[in-house]
Ligand binder design. Structure first.
Ligand SMILES: [Zn+2]
Length: 178
């Protein structure tokens, strides 16, 4: 997808109730890539592996509600290749995420607004005629990533069994556990 088309006027998008679905190549998300690569035990061969990560699926829906408020609803479906911080082997981290944004420039006065009741359910976005959707998606994925992703099964025993040869990352593992 042409990244140019992922710059939106967020107020107009919401006002018209527009919908946008697509896939973003991981290569378009440089900050996310760097973040994922930082989890790699061996940086020298991480690039090609990370690039094999599947595209990130997204859908964005704009909404103008009966009270004249502008909303964006973002849904993300990502399968990110990363590294288990327990056994240091590769793993796929599946993230299905929903975000709801209220477009408002009244950040400071929010507490006095009538919609304070739902303010917990929404993140605020300032009105922006050139909102970068890729950038937003990257931010959300980076924030949603666990600090130490790990296999769902107990891989620590496997990691120990694997090693007749000394594991150069054994020291790291000790640090992570403590
Ligand atoms: Zn593991």
């Amino acid at each position: 997808m042409n990244s140019q088309s992922l710059i939106i006027d967020n107020v107009a998008f919401a006002k018209r109730g527009e919908r946008l679905n697509g896939q973003i190549a991981i290569a378009s998300c440089q900050r996310l890539l760097v973040f994922l690569q930082s989890k790699a035990p061996d940086l020298s061969n991480s690039s090609s592996y990370i690039l094999a990560t599947r595209d990130i699926g997204f859908s964005l829906v704009g909404e103008l509600d009966a009270l004249g408020r502008y909303f964006l609803h973002l849904n993300l479906d990502a399968q990110l290749n990363t590294y288990c911080q327990r056994c240091l082997d590769s793993m796929v981290l599946g993230l299905k995420l929903d975000f709801h944004y209220l477009i408002s420039d009244k950040v400071a006065g929010l507490a006095e607004d009538a919609f304070v009741d739902d303010s917990d359910d929404f993140d605020l976005q300032e009105p922006n005629q050139s909102m970068n959707l890729i950038s937003l998606i990257e931010d959300e994925l980076i924030m949603a990533m666990p600090i130490a992703p790990a296999h769902e099964f107990d891989c620590s025993k496997l990691a120990m069994q694997a090693g007749d040869k000394p594991n150069p990352f054994a020291v790291l593992k000790g640090l992570i556990k403590s």
